[in-house]
Ligand binder design. Structure first.
Ligand code: ADP
Ligand code: MG
Length: 327
């Protein structure tokens, strides 16, 4: 029911970037290789996510827009160790409850696509024939059109788009094997083909973080005691006045972790005597049993079994690399 969904939406759909995140993660889950993200007016006018994944059959389309209709959890055990992303069947109905939305999809086996749509709630549970290549498009227009208080809470279009761009960059740096395209008001801002080698990954880092970052960055790859840290850290010449180039991943997932950012901030401060924000794209890899990534439902936070080992490893590695390279 619409009200319940709108209440859930308060959590899931905080701002346009949160909608983009849920929809792109659905595309990952659907096995998509290429994902196109079209935005208008900072996502408040339009969000269109198109993927080339497995699609949704005509029978399941309306169901996918219904509360708790996830196809990803078959048992309680699954729920406890969710390998997939998302809010367990809440994203699509929540987004629908606060927007005009359409879901168009074509599984490869179907002769054509099928579509359902609605504003606040589905117009009809019956899917209509539509035209679309194999895969799925989710179109979200007029976000928060029926919840004016929320709509008023949004920042400027430029600010909302900045959040989206930051998110897409973060996702693109965690999924090198996926292709991403990002457009804002019909202007193409990112066009990242899938890559699978060192050179391709570095090119993508340049696209997302800027060539200037890459020119001033050093690549590192360190192993110690079952921990691996690899990626790029910027040298002192690359001064940041904003903390907007800090990309941190644990076992391939983007995280915002106080322990880790603290270790890195201290390594930069100690090694470079700089008050600038550090800039980095870093990947920590370790035995999944040594880390809990389910601390927060959005999974941005992590908890390490042995946090001081991780802290020391991060600090020590980055500190040494920066010291060695300091002019
Ligand atoms: P969840 O991702 O937690 O299952 P969602 O509300 O995000 O819940 O999606 C509901 C269901 O819709 C998914 O379980 C999946 O079956 C289907 N679905 C959503 N987006 C896509 C997509 N891009 N491609 C294929 N199926 C999708
Ligand atoms: Mg989902």
């Amino acid at each position: 029911d619409v009200l319940v969904n709108q209440i859930a939406a308060g959590e899931v759909v905080e701002r346009p970037a949160a909608v983009v995140k849920e929809l792109v993660e659905n595309a990952f889950d659907a096995g998509a290789r290429r994902i196109e993200i079209e935005i208008e007016q900072g996502g408040l006018g339009l969000i269109r996510i198109t993927d080339d994944g497995g699609g949704i059959g005509p029978q399941e389309l309306a169901l996918a827009m219904t509360r708790h209709a996830t196809s990803k959890i078959a048992s309680l055990e699954d729920l406890e160790q969710v390998a997939s992303f998302g809010f367990r069947g809440e994203a699509l109905p929540s987004i629908l409850s606060v927007s005009r939305m359409s879901l168009v999809s074509r599984p490869a086996a179907e002769a054509h696509a099928w579509q359902v749509e609605g504003a606040g709630a589905l117009d009809s549970p019956r899917a209509q024939p539509a035209s679309h290549p194999p895969g799925t498009s989710v179109v979200v227009r007029d976000l928060f059109f029926n919840t004016p208080a929320r709509r008023k809470f949004m920042k400027s279009e430029a600010t909302e788009f900045r959040h989206i761009q930051q998110l897409v960059g973060r996702l693109a740096l965690s999924r090198f094997a996926h292709g991403f395209r990002l457009l804002h008001n019909r202007r193409k801002l990112l066009d990242l083909p899938p890559v699978d080698d060192e050179q391709g990954r570095e090119a993508r880092v340049g696209e997302v973080c800027g060539e200037d970052f890459l020119r001033h960055a050093v690549f590192l790859d360190e192993h110690r005691a079952g921990l691996r840290l690899w990626g790029w850290v910027a040298l002192p010449a690359f001064a940041r006045t904003q903390a907007d180039l800090q990309f941190l991943y644990v076992n391939g997932r983007a995280v915002r972790d106080k322990l880790m950012t603290h270790a890195l901030r201290r390594a930069f401060a100690d090694a470079m005597h700089s008050t600038h924000y550090p800039a980095y794209v870093l990947y920590l890899e370790l035995d999944p049993a040594r880390v809990d990534v389910n601390v927060h439902p959005q999974k941005a936070e992590v908890r390490f079994r042995d946090s001081s080992t991780v802290h020391d490893f991060l600090f020590g590695t980055v500190h040494r690399v920066l010291r060695e390279l300091r002019p």
